[in-house]
Write a protein that binds this ligand. Structure first.
Ligand code: PLP
Length: 441
């Protein structure tokens, strides 16, 4: 085999700036609204939960935003991440397509989430925050934030969706190893959690509910701020290091992508790989197709409505213009816990509305089929979330075979699945239900 399969950047080629797509949208993004007045949310409205430096970044229209040296020094633990060509998967599929994947699972927490956890902890430290409160689904965000808080000397409290707390003990232990306090949500530590428990003691919890608890904890404690692992503009911004590196690496590979894929829960890893490529698409330089892949059981982009909605169940967050299934939506406990969110990032939603991106939904059994095929051909066990992107890539690669067409497919492999083997167990033992009601997250 003579194809090069690894496209590595040197440390000094790590991006120095994040890319802000807000600067280039052909139509402005509708602003977040104050939940009470329904007027555009101001800096003052958000100061109760976020530090001012991050709010400024959330609202910034600056095109390229410099990554602070202190953040780059921590990124250097795992960045630049590799881009690989999946030649063995191509062979297994007998496809003329060329398949490339950007691998974000090399981070200490095993996913792309430290890309934003690190700068969020840094900016909070700078602003004098003592403790960060957050929610987590399957635990990837909680463990990423716990790691970043530890690096910058902040305390960290995590409200973890109850079903995952009990069924996925390893990420809880990872968070505790990094020094975080972890509560199963709904918990007795907040008024919202107690109210939920009184109404339904056996509630499995949801991300929307856990967000409500973390925000309440933040508002009631003045040294505490809140951190969100997806959805918001500044989170999408921080993730663009993925796409900036991928563009340079595709140059090394000497190919232009035809289609770019990312799985989409709240939309941040998808934004990370897609937005730098969309910059060129908007400038009319390139004609990539860009595809967000979501679970059929939580299909905000393909089945949701584009409207203002809350980010949480308690209706405390600003209203955001996004594709949403409604903030009371209780997603089934599918195995890809990281994709169980009722809404889609406003920036990603706006891309869909403007026709800059497409979206597809895939069923859970297809996702695991693709994940296992990938593990057996490439040797790497993908996170179930990432396997959504793989499933869409596999479909396209088969189409290329049937049409006898070579296309260059690039996807973000957002994390590894080494702490998700229980979900693989369910699949391998034939117990996985199809398509919307998996056994647990
Ligand atoms: C959290 C997570 C996701 C989903 O979050 P996005 O904000 O949509 O990127 C996807 N993949 C992995 C591995 C995750 O941990």
């Amino acid at each position: 085999m003579s194809h090069p399969i690894q496209f590595l950047l040197r440390a000094k080629e790590m991006p120095t700036h994040w890319y802000n797509l807000l600067a280039d949208f052909p139509e402005p993004l509708p602003p977040p609204l104050h939940p009470g007045t329904k007027q555009p949310a101001t800096l003052d409205d958000m100061k109760a939960i976020f530090p001012e430096n991050l709010i400024a970044q959330e609202m910034s229209a600056e095109r390229m935003i410099e990554i602070p040296q202190e953040v780059r020094d921590v990124y250097a633990l795992y960045r630049p991440t590799p881009l690989l060509r999946a030649v063995r998967l191509e062979k297994a599929l007998k496809t003329p397509a060329h398949i490339y994947y950007k691998y974000e699972g090399v981070s200490p927490a095993g996913s792309h989430k430290p890309n934003t956890a690190i700068p969020q902890a840094y900016y909070n430290k700078l602003a004098g925050t003592k403790r960060l409160a957050t929610e987590t689904g399957a635990g990837q965000w909680g463990s990423s934030l716990a790691m970043a808080c530890q690096v910058f000397g902040l305390e960290c409290t995590v409200y973890m969706v109850k079903v995952s707390f009990h069924q996925k003990p390893y990420r809880k232990l990872l968070m505790q190893t990094y020094g975080a306090k972890v509560y199963a949500s709904p918990s007795r530590h907040t008024a919202f959690g107690r109210k939920m428990l009184a109404e339904s003691p056996d509630s499995p919890g949801s991300l929307g509910a856990a967000i409500s608890e973390a925000i309440e904890d933040t508002i009631k404690n003045h040294d505490t701020k809140y951190a969100l692992g997806s959805v918001l503009n500044h989170v999408c911004l921080h993730q663009t290091v993925i796409g900036e590196e991928t563009m340079k690496q595709m140059e090394l590979a000497g190919e232009e992508p035809d289609i770019i894929y990312g799985c989409a829960g709240g939309g941040s890893n998808f934004a990370g790989i897609a937005f730098p490529f969309l910059r060129e698409k908007i400038q009319g330089k390139k004609k990539f197709r860009v595809v967000a892949v979501e679970p059929a059981s939580c299909p905000s982009l393909t089945q949701g409505e584009l409207r203002y909605d809350f980010g949480d169940m308690a209706e405390t967050t600003p209203l955001m213009m996004m594709y949403t299934l409604g903030h009371k939506f209780m997603p089934p406990s599918i195995h890809a816990g990281g994709l169980r969110y009722h809404g889609m990032a406003p920036m990603v939603s706006h891309c869909k509305k403007l026709g800059l991106i497409d979206a597809v939904a895939v069923t859970q059994t297809k996702v695991f089929e693709a994940g296992v095929l990938f593990a057996r051909s490439e040797g790497l066990v993908p996170a179930p979330e990432s396997s959504h992107a793989i499933a869409a890539v596999v479909d396209e690669a088969i189409k290329c075979r049937e049409e006898g067409k070579k296309r260059v497919l690039v996807f973000n492999l957002s994390g590894n699945g080494l702490l998700d083997l229980a979900a693989y167990d369910t699949y391998l033992s034939g117990e996985m239900q199809h398509p919307t009601s998996g056994g647990g997250a």
